[in-house]
Design a binder for this molecule. Structure first.
Ligand SMILES: NC(=O)c1ccc[n+]([C@@H]2O[C@H](COP(=O)([O-])OP(=O)(O)OC[C@H]3O[C@@H](n4cnc5c(N)ncnc54)[C@H](OP(=O)(O)O)[C@@H]3O)[C@@H](O)[C@H]2O)c1
Ligand SMILES: *[C@@H]1O[C@H](CO)[C@@H](O)[C@H](O)[C@H]1NC(C)=O
Length: 376
């Protein structure tokens, strides 16, 4: 039986779902001849780890207790029945992670799985790559930091997977990698990579006011608690940067042109969120409606997309043909159109749910199994 050691960083919605998936998939994995061994789990303040990462692991009962403690909003430090395992404080965690990475990196192998939403993991991830570890990411931060970190992380392409950073469980990165490695040059990617903005842009098309649609999206739970986190476009820009860098663009987040759907004078530092929802948003209705009407005269619709073409990488509203995969988009799906030599007139289209704890965790788990050959 092949054993895959895992160290999980981040135990929020996605991290916990991953642990549940791992446990639920045990019978399937044993049929495949693999066993996933969780040797440590971290949150923002602490870590629970097996006493000896080479031989011991957190058993399923403990993993379920970890999930329970974390979903009640408590710290891992409140764990009670951790048996032989150790619970470390924030001061000790970084060293403990390094110790595990050093111990297992070049022996049995270990994958550091980043399901945090923090940029604090960048240092330890890049160090782990040097120590021969594998890296699996749902968190976009490390890949969208400086080019120096990016180059380091992808320097061992067989040891890194990051499918869930773009389109959650959708096979976006894998499909692009297959095209690139078959020598099929990709010259254009257009993608609606935010479920929230996909929903908003398709709903306003029917004449509903922008303000009403954003408020509806918020009640449906599609938006962040402050919808401006979605409307600013920065999350889409991070995804665009990951795709652009994959295509070989040597660019940074601050060189991407990002269109925000609210003006600076309605920003989070200036206006409380309630004020924005009630008084700010309605002031934006007319402009969006005018743009929709103008696009519609040419048979086009508005979509909030990332556009990567030649040396361009932009994020914002584009007029797109009504009769295209993106033009037909309704609801909160993600949709990507990929144009290459092989897919020239009709693009390769990837569509489906692009968020959710479940699909994201499934993408992470598939990434882990994809690198199983590197473990002994
Ligand atoms: N949810 C989705 O649909 C989706 C889709 C695609 C990608 N993603 C990405 O997946 C990641 C996780 O998302 P989520 O929704 O699960 O986030 P979340 O619920 O906010 O969970 C984040 C977790 O990371 C932990 N954390 C924070 N700083 C840390 C650090 N320095 N080291 C280790 N752990 C740290 C937090 O600890 P505490 O519990 O102590 O706060 C928390 O457990 C994010 O990067 C997100 O962008 C999510
Ligand atoms: C993901 O998990 C978080 C934390 O458990 C929860 O608040 C959120 O509703 C979940 N999201 C979805 C779409 O299930």
């Amino acid at each position: 039986m092949k054993k895959i050691a895992l160290l999980l960083m981040g135990c929020g919605g996605v991290g916990r779902q991953l642990l549940h998936h791992i446990i639920a998939c045990r019978p399937l994995h044993s049929k495949m001849g693999v066993r996933l061994r969780v040797v440590g789990v971290c949150d923002s303040k602490s870590m629970v780890a097996a006493p000896d990462a080479s031989t011991a692991e957190l058993d399923d009962e403990l993993l379920l207790q970890v999930c329970k403690v974390k979903s009640s909003g408590s710290s891992l430090q409140t764990l009670s029945n951790f048996g032989e395992c150790n619970v470390f404080s924030i001061q000790e965690t970084a060293r403990e992670v390094t110790d595990i990475a050093t111990l297992l990196g070049t022996s049995t192998g270990v994958a550091l799985v980043d399901c945090s939403a923090s940029s604090e993991t960048i240092g330890v991830l890049s160090q782990a790559v040097d120590l021969g570890c594998c890296v699996v990411l749902a968190n976009k931060k490390s890949l969208t930091s400086s080019l120096e970190y990016y180059d380091k992380l992808v320097s061992q392409p067989r040891r890194i997977r990051y499918e869930s950073t773009v389109g959650a469980g959708l096979p976006v990165i894998a499909s692009i990698n297959r095209m690139l490695s078959s020598g099929d040059p990709i010259y254009r990617i257009v993608g609606s990579l935010s479920g929230t903005l996909g929903y908003v842009m398709s709903e306003v098309e029917g004449g509903k006011p922008f303000s009403q649609v954003v408020n509806a999206a918020k009640s449906l739970g599609y938006t962040e608690p402050d919808p401006r986190d979605d409307l600013s476009g920065t999350d889409v820009a991070r995804k665009a940067l990951i795709l652009a860098r994959l295509l070989g663009h040597r660019i940074n987040l601050d060189t991407i042109k990002i269109e925000s759907l609210y003006p600076v004078e309605m920003g989070p530092d200036v206006m409380p969120v309630e004020d924005f929802l009630v008084n700010g948003l309605p002031l934006l209705d007319k402009d969006i409606q005018n743009r929709i009407n103008k696009a519609s005269l040419n048979g086009k619709v508005l979509r909030y997309v990332c556009l990567i073409e030649d040396s361009r990488c932009e994020v914002g509203i584009q007029e797109l043909p009504r009769d295209s995969a993106l033009g037909r988009l309704r609801g909160s799906d993600n949709v990507l159109e990929i144009y290459s030599c092989c897919y020239k007139t009709q693009p390769l289209v990837i569509q489906g749910a692009g968020a959710g704890n479940d699909t994201t965790a499934a993408g992470v788990l598939a990434d882990i199994l994809d690198i199983q050959d590197l473990f002994s």
